[in-house]
Design a protein around this ligand. Structure first.
Ligand code: NAP
Length: 380
């Protein structure tokens, strides 16, 4: 019978421990191998952070109270009468923006939005002055006239911030999409954004100058469907993808004028526009879009405005975990402003790509399952 007394057990454990310790390979300065690997990884990450912070990432801008006040002088918000645009305007009031101009087509919706914001200003003891301008962002002559009217008014200073939020969506399988729909979405979502920016930019660049005490900012509103082509969004996705090339090129041009360009990628957001789109959204589109969850217009607007007011404003403005993953996966040659995002893009993109394949697998299954269900319904 083996001797299993406590004394013997302790003695055996001590022997085993010393044997197992001897088995761990010792390396430089007596460190075990895994310790050395950790130290090397730590040093590489530390060096990368230093190079990013000191050399590669854009410099943090000065944003004293006074400079922030300059930036928050006059914000123009297209699509400001509803949904995300209206929430952006409210967020600007919260941040004490002095003048806010809302742009949209429907005058009665604009006036209702102004009333809502004026009431918000009064109840929250703010000082923002709200004005509205009715124009279709997709009609170039009208947009240039609007920019001239708004920017040459003697009582209101030139815009310092431009939030391009106006846009619309629709979804249908490609073969069921009307031919005119491609032009309509491109006209509002892409051309509408390009026209407005082209019309306002010259005014934003002059007057007080664009020195470091007078930063300006321009925000574009793409969509998660502008990072990933989704079933049912052949027309919509293309119009939102176009904004990426536009924004990347523009930021390279105007950065030296102290004008920030940012591109936001909202996921499904609870707005009147979203409600309208849901009325005839294909089931596949709905199920795939739902994987990123539903955000409130306030959540999206708060992040957009906060991002515009950062010392180092991010180029990609994303929402939620899926938004973060997509932004890093699709970063390509777009500028990066966050050290964490840069580290993720340098060292962990392969892992993100692997995870993304599970999403694509899931999306493929959704598309096949719904197709099968439809075929079964048809044959009944
Ligand atoms: N809600 C979402 O799930 C979601 C997700 C991703 C991205 N987005 C994007 O976010 C932006 C806002 O969407 P939302 O959901 O807040 O939409 P919304 O509630 O329908 O509001 C759209 C706003 O844009 C204005 N607008 C539309 N077409 C215009 C035009 N041709 N000229 C001038 N103004 C125009 C609308 O006013 P009028 O109709 O009176 O002109 C309204 O003020 C859009 O660019 C959309 O593509 C939305």
């Amino acid at each position: 019978m083996p001797n299993i007394s406590l004394k013997n057990l302790l003695a055996r454990t001590a022997v085993e421990e010393s044997v197992s310790m001897e088995c761990v390979p010792k390396t430089f300065a007596g460190l075990p191998l895994y310790g050395l690997i950790l130290v090397v990884i730590g040093v590489i990450i530390l060096l990368t952070v230093l190079i990013l912070e000191l050399v590669l990432l854009p410099k943090r801008r000065k944003l004293s109270k006074e400079i922030k006040k300059n930036l928050l002088t006059h914000a123009v918000v297209t699509g400001g009468s509803s949904g995300i645009g209206l929430a952006v305007a409210k967020e600007l009031v919260k941040n004490d923006c002095k003048y806010i101009t809302l742009i949209a087509r429907n005058e009665s919706k604009l006036n209702k939005a102004k009333e809502e914001l004026d009431a918000y200003v009064t109840t929250n003891d703010k000082k923002s002055i709200i004005q509205v301008y009715s124009v279709d962002v997709g009609v170039v002559d009208k947009v240039t006239k609007a920019a001239e009217d708004i920017c040459t008014s003697s009582d209101v200073p030139c815009p310092t911030m431009l939030f391009n939020v106006a846009g619309t969506s629709s979804s249908a399988a490609f073969v069921s999409t009307d031919f005119q729909e491609f032009e309509r979405l491109m006209n509002i979502n892409y051309l509408g954004t390009a026209y407005v920016t082209r019309a306002f930019l010259p005014y934003m660049m002059k007057k007080e100058g664009t020195d470091e005490n007078h930063p300006r900012s321009i925000m574009f509103t793409s969509s998660q469907a502008g990072q990933l082509g989704v079933f049912g969004y052949t027309a919509y996705s293309a119009s939102k993808y176009a904004l990426k090339g536009f924004a990347e090129a523009l930021q390279m041009e105007v950065g030296r004028e102290n004008i920030t360009v940012q591109l936001s990628f909202p996921p499904d957001t609870d707005t009147p526009g979203f409600e309208e789109e849901n009325k005839d959204k294909p089931e596949e589109t709905r199920l795939i879009s739902e994987t990123s969850g539903l955000f409130s217009a306030e959540q999206v607007a708060s992040k957009m405005v906060k991002s515009a007011l950062q010392k180092r404003p991010p180029f990609n403005v994303y929402f939620g975990l899926e938004g973060w993953m997509l932004a890093n996966l699709t970063a390509g040659m777009s500028p990066v402003h966050s050290i964490l995002d840069a580290i993720v893009q340098i060292f962990f993109k392969g892992l993100l790509r692997f995870i993304s394949l599970f999403y694509l697998f899931d999306f493929r299954n959704i598309v096949h399952k719904v197709g099968k269900k439809r075929r079964a319904e048809k044959s009944e």
